[in-house]
Design a protein around this ligand. Sequence first.
Ligand SMILES: Cc1ncc(COP(=O)(O)O)c(C=O)c1O
Length: 385
Amino acid sequence: MIKKIEISKNLRKLPPYLFAEIDRQKKELREAKISYIDLSIGDPDIFAPENIITELHAAALIKENQKYALDQGKYELRKAIADWCHDRFNVTLNENTEIIPLIGSKEGLVHLPLAFVNRGDYAIIPNPGYPGYRGAAIFAGAKTYELPLLEKNNFLPDLKKIPLTVRNKAKIIYVNYPNNPTTAVAPAYFLETLVNFCLKYGIILAYDNAYSEIYFERIPKSILEIKGAREIAIEFHSFSKTFCMTGFRIGWACGAENLIKGLLKVKTNIDSGIFGAIQQAGVAALTKEGSYTTRIRAIIKERRDFFAHKLLEKGFPKVYADSTFYIWAKLPPNFTSSIDFSKYLIQEKKIVATPGIGFGKYGEGFIRFALTVEKEILEKAIALF
Ligand SMILES: Cc1ncc(COP(=O)(O)O)c(C=O)c1O
């Protein structure tokens, strides 16, 4: 008899990936030939800048780009990242030691703990939060400590509530502002408290700034602008959201030299760099598409203003939409379970949205709508409520 092959204990600890479950539900609708409005995933409908597609075509024809890429990425790309960070945040980075291009920011976020976390160390993760952090912690053998992001605290964590035993055994904390899913933007005083906390307890600050450019009223900061952060923080950026390049798979990490070095060592053992033509597309985006993000913000803002306002009119008690292309809405009064509400939306309205609990237990009571469809489609969705 053939011995049954079991999946690993680590993998068993992971819940099904949130979006995989939503994909399954969408597949069911498609198979039943039922059309639906998809407001579930943060994958922008807006085209990436045309210039970068031209650049991608041209670069793909160059033999050098068809070879294995350097793990550390092209110098030209690292330089473009350094210049962009300088223009945007007034942060000066050394392109050789403080920047590393990634195959999407998720790749770096998930690989980072493998460089620094030992079995039994704590990884502190936000709840509700982007599901990738949990996987990252578990693959590295860490214990997770869930940091609640509560409405009453403006969805900022209360660091004082982290028990001393956890602080002393924590190796890494994931923090994400502009925040998915709550849309909160972090004020400077919180970032200062956070950096001081990490410095005091020697905790790596993995700052996920994937939505740094999707803002409206308040302009998000880089954690690297905060005094002391350069010693302890590594910040993650994504071309996916900034330039609507989700499928290209490109992002970067920047920050403390030793953290970049550790991540590079892990990556050297796992991947073999980013396709050269995609790196050149990234250079084109950063150096030639300064006005693109302004345009994207205007489009998302128009959608947000419309949808947030209408949801309130339709009886949603509270709607958060301060940044990102999401709306974090409190469930209507007759619902207490976000799963029940999302099932109701699918079955009765043919609208797919993400139940808050999918981001962690403190997401219960909320539903997330992604504004990644045209306004006309949002109008149709609203008419269905
Ligand atoms: C908070 C957050 N971080 C990181 C990512 C990963 O982005 P990417 O890997 O496409 O750069 C996402 C994607 O949805 C996200 O929402």
